[in-house]
Ligand binder design. Structure first.
Ligand code: NAP
Length: 246
């Protein structure tokens, strides 16, 4: 029996866990950080942080994990670095499943920036009404930005220590389609969208909507991820599992 830990928090991780669990002689554990309330619990699921690299190493040893797949969001770089270090330390095979980033196409008006802070700094030069779609954890970086109205969207209410910028918070869960995204942008007279370059289809409708309405996007580039084996899709991750366990 081979035991795999899948670091999750993405749709890909969920699908990969399901498919991997169907392989013979494989036992899967999926790990979530626990930032959103979980509707589903199962014996294969663990929730909550590990306690840094040391905590992760303890967990891997206690659970006798043989392989690690990091299928977290491309912007969740801390856990990816921790997992890479822990895997190296214990000599465990380690794979990152990272969906391709979005590329701009004709009609897109992107301003690419290095990180969230840079996005907050550039906005006063180019925006008045902003749709901020970066999740609820990091909106505080925009709370000091003056003379801009922010439309924000999150699945759950931010915790009380998060300082929201001036504007409106919508609590909604996707997926959203292009037409509803266009309607939203028009309704609130948005001139600029701020987005992470998350990649994937689930949140791409807002990018198409902005393109079709001629709205510019401040696009936050991805953080650096650790060196190591990488694949871009679930099928390739499954192939890696089959290869490594044989
Ligand atoms: P992060 O900055 O890389 O991680 C911060 C800390 O949270 C880690 O050091 C670790 O704590 C814990 N952690 C993160 N992912 C974990 C996991 N899958 N299982 C157990 N502990 C985990 O990550 P983040 O950006 O806060 O994202 C947290 C989770 O949300 C990730 O699982 C990610 O896939 C998901 N997510 C993130 C984004 C995003 O934009 N960042 C978007 C969608 C989903 P310890 O060091 O104490 O172990």
């Amino acid at each position: 029996m081979v035991k795999i830990l899948i670091l999750g928090g993405t749709q890909e991780a969920r699908l990969l866990a399901k498919k991997t669990a169907n392989l013979p002689n494989i036992q899967v554990k999926i790990s979530l950080a626990g930032l959103t309330s979980q509707a589903v619990t199962s014996k294969n699921l663990r929730v909550g942080s590990f306690g840094g690299v040391a905590g992760l190493i303890n967990y891997l040893q206690e659970e006798k994990i043989d392989l690690i797949i990091d299928a977290t969001h491309p912007f969740a770089s801390q856990i990816s670095h921790n997992a890479a270090i822990a895997a190296e330390n214990l000599g465990l095979p380690f794979l990152m499943l990272i969906r391709p980033k979005w590329e701009s196409v004709v009609g897109d008006k992107w301003i690419e920036v290095e990180n969230i802070q840079a996005a907050a700094e550039i906005l006063p030069n180019c925006a008045k009404r902003v749709f901020l779609t970066i999740g609820r954890q990091e909106v505080t970086a925009f709370s000091q930005v003056e003379n801009i109205w922010f439309l924000m969207r999150a699945i759950e209410k931010p915790s009380s220590d998060i300082v929201l910028p001036k504007g409106l918070l919508l609590l909604e869960r996707g997926p959203f389609d292009k037409d509803s995204e266009k309607q939203l942008l028009k309704k609130h007279n948005i001139d600029t969208l701020v987005s992470k370059n998350s990649g994937g289809n689930a949140t791409y409708a807002k990018i198409i909507a902005a393109r079709e309405l001629g709205i510019k996007i401040v696009m936050i580039k991805r953080p650096m991820l650790p060196q190591g084996d990488r694949v871009e899709d679930i099928e390739s991750a499954l192939e890696w599992v089959k290869r490594v366990r044989s």
